[in-house]
Design a protein. Structure first.
Length: 261
């Protein structure tokens, strides 16, 4: 992994957006894996600025969301179909017909999950996948002990995940118990991964994912298996990293031909 430590959450969003924009600029029809939650909001805000400035276009790109709640109405403002439409498709100018979200309302959820993986493969695979990380180390909704070989499937959300997401709902009781999520095996097939984290609440998860042992107890540690993963964090989220000084030194001395911003 390339670990990039930056002073502020705004810088995290800017640099991660630069990475994604570089992929789309090189391949306008790129397939972008889309994450929701608070962590990637800075990315989408900076990408919107780039789109409005004419620096990049997502008009020919495709998108696949990481996950969706099970049973939540499509029109619910916190369904990820609604969130992706509101926070990504409209501001970045994606063609809505080229952006897909797992169908958490399907009559046959197991079949819908398999079909989602098949759709990603049919699109040529994900070129760059946006990721956040939960305080318990989850990526997507792959909770601790998720298999590194797992595919898109139904998962039961951990109580801590439901509590963390309750801020988006009227109450904890309104947060769905189940989700459909891309599996770790699905995520690892993306050609590039870009994970962002901000704030001290993510420091333990970041340290465990980046420097801890490879363990299903920390799903984010699966990034250690990927050949092209970029982790962009602010100083607070980097607080637990033992080699933080080395990561700063490496980024400061990155060769020009490797830079994307």
């Amino acid at each position: 992994m390339e670990i990039i430590i930056l002073p502020t959450p705004a810088e995290v969003g800017r640099v991660a957006a630069a990475k994604i924009a570089s992929v789309v600029a090189e391949k306008p029809s790129a397939v972008v894996g889309l994450a929701t939650g608070s962590s990637p909001q800075g990315i989408y805000a900076d990408l919107r600025r780039r789109v409005e400035a004419g620096e990049v276009s997502f008009a020919a790109a495709r998108g696949f969301a990481l996950d969706e709640y099970v049973g939540i109405p499509l029109e619910h403002p916190e369904s990820y179909a609604s969130v992706i439409q509101r926070d990504v498709v409209e501001p970045l100018g994606f063609d809505p017909s080229r952006v897909r979200v797992p169908d958490g309302r399907a009559g046959d959820l197991a079949f819908a999950a398999k079909e989602y993986d098949a759709a990603i493969r049919a699109a040529g695979g994900v070129d760059v996948q946006v990721l956040g990380i939960g305080a318990n180390g989850h990526i997507g909704f792959n909770e601790p002990t998720s298999s590194f070989a797992s595919r898109t499937r139904i998962k039961t959300l951990a109580p801590s995940t439901r509590e963390a997401n309750a801020r988006f709902f009227d109450s904890l009781d309104d947060v769905p118990t189940h989700c459909m999520t891309q599996g770790l095996g699905t995520i690892l097939e993306a050609r590039e991964l870009v994970l962002v984290a901000q704030g001290s609440a993510k420091a333990d998860a970041v340290a465990a994912a980046v420097e801890g042992p490879l363990s299903s107890f920390v799903p984010g540690s699966a990034l250690q298996l990927h050949e092209h993963a970029t982790v962009v964090v602010d100083e607070e989220a980097a607080a637990g990293l033992r080699l933080a000084d080395y990561y700063r030194y490496t980024y400061a001395n990155k060769p020009e031909w490797q830079r994307f911003e």
